[in-house]
Design a protein around this ligand. Structure first.
Ligand code: GUN
Length: 284
């Protein structure tokens, strides 16, 4: 029987620490602010944005929400981004993705000041991650690292397999594991012998976006299995990329969905926003 990694509990610890630091900054007259921008009516995005706002309240940040209509033009969105770039009360800017089809994510992200880019999506921050000079840690991969750390598992020298090569998760995840001296393999839709490669992993991170794709034949006995997936199963129930029921007796540690990686992503966003405020106010 594997141990279930409780993402809610780990994220609560992280948020408690952030809350204490935020309160200490407030005593010095420094407030922390996060601006969240959502364009259109995507239901999943609305839930994410609501959760981010709630997390801001929990840790004592000011949150500024901008809900723009679906037909917002690039010019209008860029105008808002520039306004937030110049606003001293705003330490972090998050533009919720995906944007409606007529808007280009890259153009928008490239216009967020790198020092306010708390998603770590701007090319300057992506480049810094590559060379291990972190200002902001990419939120989901950083959350995964915290969850691995919570198991006490040493990464150095271990076989780490990341399934998925997205810019948001797969690629930065591989970098973070590599910086901890893991032996890292990135798998994707063209990978041959996927099962065999995954079965080598001491640490397996699944970020594929396919419901319950990873069954016990993909995992090594005792492996740490981290599930980044957020899908709906055949009954419309929230589930991950890993078939939890099938894998839970074979893995050493495993994250559930929901309650695994999800809460960590938001905790790390709070961490990045606090970092942005500290850097701006020369507190680190
Ligand atoms: N959409 C899904 N995940 C994310 C995220 O981490 N950041 C942003 N900005 N949009 C997302």
């Amino acid at each position: 029987m594997s141990k279930i990694i409780d993402g809610k509990a780990v994220s609560a610890q992280v948020k408690e620490r952030i809350k204490a630091e935020t309160a200490a900054l407030k005593e010095q007259g420094i407030e922390v602010g996060l601006a969240v921008v959502i364009v259109g009516e995507d239901p999943a995005s609305k839930v994410y944005v609501r959760n981010k706002k709630r997390a801001c309240e929990e840790v004592g940040f000011n949150s500024y929400e901008y809900a723009l209509p679906e037909d917002t033009t690039e010019e209008q969105l860029l105008e808002l981004v520039q306004k937030l770039n110049a606003d001293d009360k705003v330490n972090g800017i998050l533009v919720q993705l995906p944007l409606p089809k007529h808007l280009d994510d890259k153009v928008i992200i490239n216009n967020i000041l790198p020092e306010k880019d708390v998603d770590a999506f701007h090319p300057v921050n992506v480049g810094k991650i590559m060379i291990g000079d972190y200002s902001f840690l990419p939120c989901t991969p950083a959350g995964v690292m915290e969850l691995i750390a919570s198991t006490g598992t040493e990464i150095a020298g271990k076989e780490c397999v990341v399934i998925g090569r997205s810019n948001i998760v797969g690629k930065p995840q591989a970098m973070l594991l590599l910086h901890r001296s893991g032996t890292v393999t990135i798998c994707h839709s063209k990978t041959e012998n996927l099962k065999e490669v995954c079965r080598r992993a001491d640490i397996l991170v699944a970020a594929v976006g396919r419901a319950k794709m990873i069954t016990k034949d993909y995992i090594k006995e005792g492996a740490v299995v981290i599930d980044v997936g957020m899908n709906r199963d055949e009954n419309g129930k929230l589930c991950g990329d890993v078939d939890f029921e099938d894998c839970k007796d074979k893995a050493g540690y495993i994250t559930p969905v929901p309650g695994g990686v999800g809460p960590m992503t938001i905790a790390m966003l709070m961490q990045n926003t606090l970092t942005a405020a500290k850097v701006k106010n020369k507190k680190m």
